[in-house]
Design a protein around this ligand. Structure first.
Ligand code: PPS
Length: 568
């Protein structure tokens, strides 16, 4: 007998009756509050999206996955799906114990039966899985600066799906999609993975890919976590819905995938293929630089442009899904149509707008032609990303105590208020310490907490169209970077290094603190008995030695103008 196409795959949920009982019992267990990334992973573990995984990886599975993309039983699995926890929580947990896994609101989603607890070698994980131990890679940065130091592994008992309030009708579990394909009689389905809005070239290439594979098309965008700085999924889904109308009726479906991407290029492509196979797809489009993380800290690409396609092809049979080449489409002006770049007649004039150019046009409120994108998509993007001169932004001054940050920040505040147009808030170091962080000291942990709080407030101000001026010491690169990521989700982050030298700050010693620090009467004093990591890539460096405050504030205004943040 022929196997039934799209037969259901195993899930890790218990029945409704058992779930109710388990939920009560789990109330007494030690519990772990899942991070946003862990919630995404758990959802796909429980609903079979990560089949054959039955829980968070054990140490043996983890070692195999890191080393050669294989679980201990030999199955192909390229991505470590691990439950990272804090040292403190790890100290309270023994192997053999059950723990409750809760979402951000405290709802118990699952029980983890802990079989393994270990401290991973993160540098090895970074090298093997992401290709380099370089924090310019978003997942390596996450690994070292966000993920906890200890991993727990073991099987999961699923109690309930994470709750989503947005786009409920567009979210499907693997089995829901399989059932849909069965109902519609779709046997061949080509999946398109995306974390960006679809423009006309994407619509053309996906339509062609489906036609060539004689398959139906599943647009399967990521709405979990993507690359920091990407367009938010709310906007993107409105864009996808607009594009869905452009395909012939009943050939194409749109479904949202709550995956937390790692941007791991080749390994990620294999992982995406396995996930799509679990969702009932038979074909998968893989393009140039699939799930690429951008440049490394030496300014080079992390992966070769076709590494993802090569690795996918090597494992295609085992993944159980056929790779479809992503054709690079260009607009052929003379023929007023899109064509794959390799089929363009010689001498024909072709047009293309790169991602960078599109962002520039959006930022500056310039024209985006209809051959490039659908008017509905452009309108959505403009609603979310108005021209830069109308968006909120943050100016983040960092430098030693007494370097002149507060004085410059105050001058800048007044100048921006004089210009008008947007509300301006000053989050000065001393002011924040008084109103937001009065209980904190100057240990690394407390300084980080202080800066993250400032970043949080500034990101809210930026999101709501205002200007935030921050002026803390902020001595740690990784923390400044985390704040940058929080803010760049909503608007520009302009880092200004007030680079007045330690000698000059100490000579001025306006508050008399350097003297006390030298005498050992103030501990952990930045520059004297505590580190200051100067920024390498600040948008602007100002030095107050020999320059007056007014001039420094003016330099910042000029920078803001050059970045298009204030209208000339
Ligand atoms: S941090 O590292 O960003 O959290 O520091 P910040 O919130 O900007 O606070 C710095 C101000 O606190 C005073 N102060 C100290 N600074 C550095 N190290 C130690 N140990 C310390 N103790 C007190 C100091 O006046 C700083 O103010 P500014 O305006 O920078 O001179």
């Amino acid at each position: 007998m022929q196997p039934q196409p799209h037969a259901p795959i195993p899930e890790l949920y218990v029945s409704n009756d058992s779930a109710a009982k388990l939920r009560v019992e789990a109330g007494d267990l030690p519990s772990w509050d899942l991070t946003p990334r862990q919630v995404c992973d758990l959802e796909l573990l429980m609903n079979g999206g990560f089949n054959p995984l039955k829980g968070f990886l054990t140490e043996e599975d983890y070692d195999g996955v890191v080393e050669n993309m294989r679980l201990a039983d030999g199955s192909l699995w390229p991505m470590p799906i691990t439950l990272d926890i804090s040292e403190k929580f790890a100290g309270t947990i023994e192997e053999g114990q059950d723990i409750a896994l809760r979402d951000a609101e405290g709802v118990i989603l699952a029980i983890l039966s802990v079989t393994d607890k270990w401290t991973p070698n993160k540098s090895r994980e970074a090298e093997k899985v992401f290709g380099a131990d370089d924090s310019a890679h978003p997942a390596v940065n996450y690994l070292h600066n966000h993920a906890g130091p200890v991993y727990l592994g073991g099987p999961i008992t699923g109690i309930q799906q994470p709750v989503h309030y947005d786009y409920r009708g567009r979210r499907d579990t693997p089995n829901e999609l399989r059932a849909y394909f069965r109902k519609m009689g779709w046997r061949r389905i080509v999946a398109f993975q995306t974390r960006n809005p679809l423009h006309r070239a994407h619509q053309e290439l996906t339509f062609r890919a489906a036609k060539e594979a004689q398959a139906n098309l599943l647009i399967h965008p990521i709405v979990g976590l993507t690359k920091p700085g990407d367009i938010d999924h709310f906007t993107r889904v409105r864009c996808y819905e607009a594009v869905l109308d452009k395909y012939p009726q009943a050939t194409t479906a749109l479904s949202l995938l709550n995956l937390a991407m790692r941007m791991a290029g080749p390994r990620e492509a294999v992982w995406h293929g396995l996930i799509r196979k679990n969702h009932g797809c038979t074909h998968f489009i893989v393009g140039r630089d699939h799930a690429g993380p951008g440049k490394n800290s030496a300014g080079e690409d992390f992966y070769g442009p076709y590494d993802a396609q090569d690795l996918f092809q090597q494992h295609q049979e085992e993944i159980g899904i056929e790779m479809v080449d992503f054709k690079h489409m260009v607009w052929v002006e003379d023929r007023a149509e899109y064509m794959p770049v390799n089929e363009v007649p010689e001498g024909a004039s072709v047009l293309n707008i790169s991602g960078t150019e599109l962002r520039r046009r959006l930022q500056e409120g310039l024209e985006i032609p209809e051959w490039f994108s659908f008017p509905e998509v452009v309108e959505e993007l403009r609603r979310t990303k108005p021209a830069r001169s109308k968006q909120g932004f943050t100016v983040f001054l960092t430098g030693l105590s007494g370097s002149g940050k507060s004085t410059i920040a105050n001058a800048l505040l007044v100048k921006l208020m004089e210009m008008g147009g947007r509300p301006v808030t000053l989050l000065d170091g001393d002011l924040v310490r008084k109103n937001l962080s009065s209980e904190l000291g100057f240990s690394k942990e407390h300084r980080d907490l202080n800066i993250r709080r400032i970043g949080y407030v500034a990101s809210e101000i930026t999101k709501n169209g205002g200007i935030a001026i921050c002026a803390p010491i902020a001595p740690y690169t990784a923390t400044r970077r985390a704040v940058r990521e929080d803010i760049e989700a909503f608007g520009a982050f302009v880092e200004v290094h007030v680079a007045t030298s330690l000698e000059e700050c100490e000579r001025r010693d306006r508050k008399g603190l350097y003297k006390l620090a030298r005498e050992g009467k103030i501990k952990e004093f930045t520059g004297i008995s505590d580190p200051y990591e100067a920024p390498d890539h600040a948008e602007l460096v100002v030095d107050t030695e020999g320059l007056d405050v007014d001039y420094c504030a003016h330099q910042i205004l000029l920078k803001l103008e050059a970045m298009g943040l204030i209208a000339a």
